[in-house]
Write a protein that binds this ligand. Structure first.
Ligand SMILES: C[S@@+](CC[C@H](N)C(=O)[O-])C[C@H]1O[C@@H](n2cnc3c(N)ncnc32)[C@H](O)[C@@H]1O
Length: 211
C-alpha cells in the first residue's frame, strides 16, 4: 500500500503533497536503519498504520491557516508530520522527550521540504508555549495527559469548532474517558480498511482541563 491509499481518501492532494507523502517511505526506511522509530512489521504498512491513521484527525478537524498545533509525544513524527503535509498553512510543533526521535523528525521534515514544522526535544509538561490544538497518539493515560495540558491553550478561538485535543486511540476507551466531556469519532466511518475497526479520534473540548 502506498500513495494510492492516501489518494483514495484524500483525492484533493496537490502534486507537491503527493510527492511529500511518497518520499516518506524511503526516508523512514533509511532512518529506521540508524534509529528505530517504527517497528519493522509496521514499516510494511507505513501508509496505513501510521500515515493514514494520523490523517484520521483531518477527517474530524480541518485546521485553518495560522492554526498552531502541538503534537505531544510525536515519536518519529506521528501524527504531526502527515498533518503538517496536509495543512501546510498551519504551524506544527512536535515534541518528544527522546532526542534521537526528534533528530529523525527534523531529518524527515527537511528531507521533504516541510516549512511548517518545529521539532522540540523535551517533556511536554515543561513546554511553555501556547497553541490552538493539541494532537497526540499512544503516549500516556488520559488523566496524566490532561495534566500536561495546563497553560498550553491560546485564549482566542481559532476554528469552527472549539479548540481542544484530538487524540488517536484504539481499543476500549470507556474507563479512560469516564467523566470527561468528549466526542468520539470512529475511523471506520471514514476509512473502509480493516485496520481501522477499533481506531478512534477522541475530541476533548477545553472544558475538560485547566487551560
Ligand atoms: C508509544 S510512542 C508514540 C509515538 C508517536 N506518537 C506514534 O504514535 O508513533 C510514545 C512517545 O511519547 C514520548 N513521551 C512520553 N512521555 C513524554 C513526555 N512527558 N513529553 C514528551 N514526550 C513524551 C516517548 O518518548 C515516545 O516517543
Amino acid at each position: 500500500m502506498s500513495i494510492s491509499l492516501l489518494l483514495k481518501y484524500f483525492p484533493d492532494l496537490t502534486e507537491n503533497q503527493a510527492e511529500q507523502f511518497t518520499k516518506l517511505e524511503k526516508l523512514y526506511e533509511e532512518w529506521n536503519e540508524k534509529i528505530n522509530v517504527i517497528s519493522r512489521k509496521d514499516m510494511e504498512s507505513l501508509y496505513e498504520k501510521h500515515i493514514l491513521h494520523s490523517l484520521g484527525i483531518a477527517k474530524v478537524m480541518e485546521f485553518t491557516p495560522g492554526t498552531k498545533v502541538l503534537d505531544i509525544g510525536t515519536g518519529g513524527g506521528f501524527p504531526g508530520i502527515p498533518l503538517a503535509i496536509l495543512f501546510p498553512e498551519s504551524e506544527f510543533t512536535l515534541i518528544d522527550s527522546i532526542g534521537k526521535k526528534i533528530s529523525v523528525v527534523n531529518a524527515v521534515a527537511e528531507g521533504i521540504g516541510l516549512k511548517n514544522v518545529t521539532a522540540i526535544h523535551g517533556r511536554a509538561e515543561k513546554l511553555k508555549e501556547k497553541f490552538h490544538f493539541v494532537v497526540s497518539r499512544a503516549v500516556t493515560q488520559m488523566p496524566e495527559f490532561l495534566r500536561w495540558l495546563k497553560g498550553k491553550f491560546e485564549k482566542e478561538q481559532f476554528n469552527l469548532k472549539h479548540n481542544g485535543v484530538l487524540y488517536l486511540k484504539g481499543g476500549d476507551l470507556a474507563e479512560e474517558l469516564a467523566g470527561l466531556k468528549c466526542e468520539i469519532y470512529a475511523l471506520k466511518n471514514y476509512f473502509d480498511e480493516e485496520f481501522f475497526e477499533t481506531k478512534k479520534v477522541v475530541y476533548l473540548s477545553k472544558g475538560n482541563f485547566n487551560s
